[in-house]
Design a protein around this ligand. Sequence first.
Ligand SMILES: [Zn+2]
Length: 357
Amino acid sequence: MWNIKLMEQHQKALLDRFSKTTDPVEKQKIVFSLYDLFNALNNSGTIRYTGFYNLLDYLKVPIVLSRDIRYGELSKSYYESYQALNDDGYVSFLKALAENLTGIEMENEETLAAMPMNDTYLIDGAKAFYETIEDEEIRSHALSILNDPKHLNFVRLIRKGSQAYGGLTFHDFIHHNVYCSVQRDDTLFDFVTLTHEVMHGVDFLMNSSVVHSYANGFEELPTYVVDYLTCDFLEEQGFPLEEIEKLRHNEFSFVRDLAFLTLDGLSKERSTSSQNRFPLSVERQALELETCVLAYGLYQQIKENPKEGYDHLKQWIRSNTSRLVRPDFSSLGLSDEKLLTLSTQMGRDNEKTNSMK
Ligand SMILES: [Zn+2]
């Protein structure tokens, strides 16, 4: 479990450092770290932070954040520099991608069966999963997170506003720490949540730039790859196939919902009041949809040729996707054309699992 005392000490040290530094880059890193640490503590599941607000804890950080650079404005400034969706060709491509994923008939999310879980069992399971990862670098970073309890936290209580996430991962850019939080559900989904959050941690340990962690629009790429791999691992371990199919089904049902939202959002007029741009939520959804297809492509590469697949994944982790130009993933073996083919195939693969039931 997270070491709350240590996190409080780090928070103090960050506040202290913030008041002393004049370097704008460092200031920015501190603000993001403070914001994350503040939210981590609020989602730590401890009564003091999550149950009741301690007014002083609550005030201390936001005051510092608002006095200088507000986190919201800071992250907005990143998004506003995101020009890729001004490209009509890119918008048409994303719409085509979405269309390929909306044509499938399927039922809504399915409820997973309750399964007795405990924290140690989950951690051991996640370790066993990462042991099977055929890439030394990713494996060792993941195990370093899983072997040190200060990075992991399991909660049942999640603060208002964060309930939609099974897990959350927070970063401290100054102390180079990562805090993964898993909301226990006592279903097989807990496994997927843990391996997913740990992969956010691996991504951060391999590239801890603020832009990469927060603002490239494709943040979920490594974790979605791990979601697919985790389902395969659980199947190999002999967990009930019916439950694993539900996990896969729900994953795809999420992609399909996202495709509908994207298609709808991108079909509307761009707002001329905000520099001829789509609303931020539409941009986020569209990029996340592309992320889902990219992840499916990398997952398939890993299945066919692990070295090549993981090398592509690591190549992406190390890069900072530009927000100014239309992204091009050809160097990962995932050209736009390939992504369109994959999106059709994703639909077909999921129709198959649907009809198997
Ligand atoms: Zn995630």
